[in-house]
Each structure stands twice: as structure tokens, then as C-alpha cells.
Design a protein around this ligand. Sequence first.
Ligand code: HEM
Length: 228
Amino acid sequence: MASFLNSSIGKKFLMSLSGLFLITFLLVHLVVNSMILFDPSGALFNNVAHFMGTNPIIRVVEPVLAIGFILHILYACILTLKNQWVRPVGYDKQHSGNSSTWASRNMFVLGALILIFLVIHISNFFWKIKFTGSELLDNGGVNGVENVYLLVTTLFINWWWIDIVYVIGTVVLGLHLTHAFWSAFQTLGLSDNRWRKRLVIAGWVYTILVAGGFALIPLWVKISSMIN
Ligand code: HEM
């Protein structure tokens, strides 16, 4: 087992497993965040966010999510450095016109940009909710439910450049996902020639839904505040 996980195939296997876990997390995260769009009073989003934050199952999944992220990033670095070492000229650059896509050739750079986005994102919300607190969270919270809606919407309304960072972040995430989705299934041995086409299409549908959905939220919040 240890020798499998130390091999390149084993590392790719773990990257794919952690990647599929992150893909599932993103869908759940989007469903929760989309509540911002449906109730301008914020009560719906606050209650769902509170349920997610206090639910014992989610509390167990949170550290697993963190470990998933760390493994995914660590193995991406190890595999990329190893590939550079073996092929310093860059196989993909030599074959850049062939069947590989731009996204597939730039997965490491796209991943690094997503990491930068995540650091900004975690400091915007998660860090304040879990560690530092914010007067916005206490403003209008009912029965111990924090006003996360006010924290999120105040940021998106007051700082237009943050909206742009979120839109760019989700476009980069989308590019990463177009390749990651089917590639993860392929690495886990769950794809053949017939299934690959279907998985590529499913990957595009998932990407447009997830990246489009996340990009819509800051734009929606900002534009509605300008209209009302
Ligand atoms: C408009 C888009 C987004 C909004 C409004 C949003 C909102 C939030 C909020 C409020 C939290 C804190 C939840 C809590 O602790 O109660 C959070 C956490 C988090 N977000 Fe986002 N998010 C967005 C997009 C994204 C994207 C695109 C990613 C991934 C690339 C992401 C990854 C995470 C992670 C990993 C956490 C920490 C784990 C967690 O609390 O569930 N988010 N987000």
C-alpha cells in the first residue's frame, strides 16, 4: 500500500480521489450560497449557513476537506516537479498543437491561481466566522444565527474590485475543472473511449453550472444594490 501511494500512479490516484471530493464540495457549497439569490432578507441563507456550520456531519467533513485540499496541492507540486525533472523541455510545449487542451497543459498554473483566490476567499468569510468575528455577523442575527448574509453582501456591495476578483477566480476555477472532471474518472479507471466523450460533456455542464453560479452571486448582489 505504502509503495503504491509513493509511486507516480498512486499519487495521481490520490489527486483524482481528492479532486472528486472537492468537485462534490463545490456543488454543495454553490447550492448553499445560491440561497443568497432567493431571499433578499438574508434569513434563508443565514439559516442554511447556520445549519451547515453546526451540523455534526459537516463538522467531521470540514477537516477531511482541508486534508483533501492539502493532499491535492502537495501531490500536484510533487508530480509537476517530477515531470519537469524527467522532461525539462516540456512534453506539452512540444505537442501544444495536438489533442491536449490549453487547460490540460496549464493545470498547475490554474491550480496555483485558485490557491491565491482561496486565500483571499477564506480571509473574507471563513476566517472571520470561525476565528476573528465581525460586527456585521452580530448585526441582526436572530437566535444565535450569525448574519453571514450581511458579511457577504456588504463585501460584494462595497468593494467592486472584490467582485472582479471573484469573477476571475471562478473563470480560472472553471478552466481547471474542464480538464479535472473527466481526467479524475480516467485516472481512477472509470472511463473508456465511449465514456470519455460523455464525461467530457458532463464536465462542461458541471463547469458552466458551478463557475457560472459562483460568478453570478457577487454580480447579482452588486447589480441589485445599484438598482434598489
Ligand atoms: C460567490 C461565491 C462564493 C461565496 C459567496 C462563498 C461564501 C462562503 C462563505 C460564507 C464561507 C464560510 C462558511 C462558514 O464557515 O460558515 C465559505 C467557505 C469556503 N469556501 Fe466559499 N464562497 C464562494 C465561492 C467559493 C469558491 C469558488 C470556492 C473554491 C474554489 C470556495 C471554497 C470555500 C472553502 C474551501 C471554504 C471553507 C470551508 C467551508 O466553510 O465550507 N468558495 N465560502
